[in-house]
Design a protein around this ligand. Structure first.
Ligand code: HEC
Length: 275
């Protein structure tokens, strides 16, 4: 049969449809799950973690040990969380739930990387300062210029002089002394835009180049948040961390993970599966 202009147009639209299917969200049922524990970290910025007289892990960090290497044990973290409830590492007050698990999944195709977080967001925040969003979920990726990025995850952005730290300037955001982080965040507030931002010498909540999209659903007290962003590249291993602001929490009153390696078709603590 000779192709007419009409049948070419039909084929064209079929092709476009097929392409869309190839870029559809991954089949999460086939993607492995990795639980990471997020916890209320009190006032333990990088200056604390790397000071020997404050934290005996400082020596191991210098030698190349990772936070999770010392602190992650089967089923969670080995912290003495009691230090976060009295006037030791947390002067202001502590959320009722000190730590909880977040299930992380990751997948990629030619164009995109997909990261899915599933968790139960606990009530009982200390200071419900975010009136708009009950829950926010964030993921940060460190680039290879962040010193000890693969060991410490987000901790290089956490400083004693940043806002909501005791006695700090309220305008000073999180920052990193070297390298840069990509920052993506989903907010539960109606109509809120996904954050495609960065952390360099300051935090920017927009202007990132990752083309971040985020979708979240709530069922009971369980949230599922899916990020779609540009694929950083097959074979890459990227240091990442997760933060959840639960129950209208703001600033440092989030529950954070330590650093994990995300392997995109490569080895890692969290492995992104090809779709
Ligand atoms: C070489 C092992 C080691 C490494 C690496 C390490 N820590 Fe620790 N950490 C410890 C030990 C031991 C303690 C308990 C005693 C203390 O505070 O010094 C501790 C205590 C803590 C505490 C206080 C809670 C408690 O149980 O006392 C926090 C919070 C903490 N570490 C966070 C981190 C973070 C964040 C990193 C990475 C930036 C890290 N640690 C890296 C060994 C380590």
């Amino acid at each position: 049969m000779k192709m007419t202009a009409v049948s070419v147009a039909v084929l064209g639209s079929l092709f476009a449809f097929g392409t869309q299917l190839a870029h559809a969200a991954p089949d999460w049922g086939k993607v492995p799950k990795r639980d990471v524990t997020v916890f209320h970290a009190g006032v333990t910025p990088i200056e604390w973690a790397t000071k020997k007289s404050d934290h005996s892990g400082a020596t191991g960090l210098k030698k190349g040990e990772t936070c999770i290497g010392c602190h992650e044990e089967k089923g969670g973290l080995n912290f003495n969380m009691k230090r976060m409830v009295k006037d030791d590492l947390e002067p202001k007050g502590t959320p009722k739930t000190l730590s909880f698990p977040v299930t992380v999944q990751a997948a990629y195709d030619k164009d995109n990387l997909y990261v899915r977080l599933s968790f139960k967001a606990p009530a009982g925040a200390v200071d419900k300062a975010d009136k708009d969003s009950e829950v926010k979920a964030a993921v940060m990726f460190a680039n290879d210029k962040v010193s000890q990025g693969a060991q410490v995850g987000c901790w290089q952005t956490c400083h004693s002089d940043a806002r909501t730290m005791p006695g700090a300037d309220d305008k000073k955001t999180k920052y990193t002394k070297d390298g840069a982080y990509e920052l993506m965040q989903w907010k539960s507030a109606k109509g809120a835009k996904a954050v495609d931002g960065s952390v360099t010498d300051k935090r920017a909540m927009e202007g990132g180049g990752a083309g971040v999209k985020a979708e979240g659903t709530k069922s009971g007290d369980s949230y599922t948040v899916t990020f779609t962003r540009k694929n950083p590249g097959e074979g890459k291993v990227i240091p990442m961390g997760v933060a959840i602001h639960a129950d209208h929490a703001a600033g440092r009153f989030h529950h954070v993970s330590m650093g994990y390696k995300l392997g995109i078709g490569a080895d890692g603590d969290i492995k992104a599966t090809k779709q």
